[in-house]
Design a protein around this ligand. Structure first.
Ligand code: HEC
Length: 154
């Protein structure tokens, strides 16, 4: 009997711990920002890693455009793949807990869209379709930048 009660207490405690972790994972490490956006609070190294990722996305976008206008579809595939899902492995694991869930969704969707650009270029070799896909991808850049900032904490 006593053992039974102990196990229920244990179940309750574990449930609370799991719920707290799930909550933290969903909201991320955020604070309101005075410019109306949400500040995602990161260490210096995490912020630098994400900003580097951002500059890679900007560079891929430009390279996709340049290659599409030159109708060099192998170069489109290469430029887009650089920012695709395979590059996610470079992202530090500690960030998964700190980034809000909607932001993660937008980030993953952006990588998927770069992979779709690569697939489109390889399949149809049509620069107009590549440009249209890049334009749709860049709506994610606009949406995320409108909502979030990266702020360094210790
Ligand atoms: C999931 C959210 C998200 C997406 C999607 C996103 N960004 Fe960002 N990006 C950010 C945040 C947050 C910052 C930091 C802005 C700030 O602190 O004011 C940033 C900063 C940047 C910077 C500045 C880098 C630096 O070194 O300061 C560039 C360039 C950039 N993004 C390019 C892009 C491009 C291009 C895309 C789309 C292909 C994109 N971003 C998509 C969230 C995102």
């Amino acid at each position: 009997m006593k053992n039974c009660r102990l196990s229920w207490v244990l179940v309750a405690v574990l449930t609370i711990i799991v719920a707290v972790f799930a909550y933290k994972f969903t909201v991320g490490n955020v604070a309101p920002s005075d410019d109306g956006r949400q500040a995602v609070l990161l260490t210096k190294d995490e912020r630098n890693a994400l900003l580097l990722e951002m500059r890679t996305w900007l560079q891929s976008s430009q390279s996709v455009l340049a290659a599409a206008s030159a109708k060099d579809f192998d170069a489109v595939v290469m430029a887009a793949t650089t920012s695709g899902m395979a590059a996610e492995a470079d992202t530090p694991g500690s960030l998964f807990r700190k980034i809000p869930v909607e932001m993660k969704a937008l980030g993953f969707d952006t990588r998927r869209k770069f992979d779709e650009i690569a697939a489109e270029a390889a399949k149809n070799k049509d620069s107009e379709r590549v440009v249209a896909k890049l334009s749709a991808t860049m709506n994610n850049c606009i949406a995320c930048h409108a909502m979030y900032r990266f702020v360094e904490t210790k």
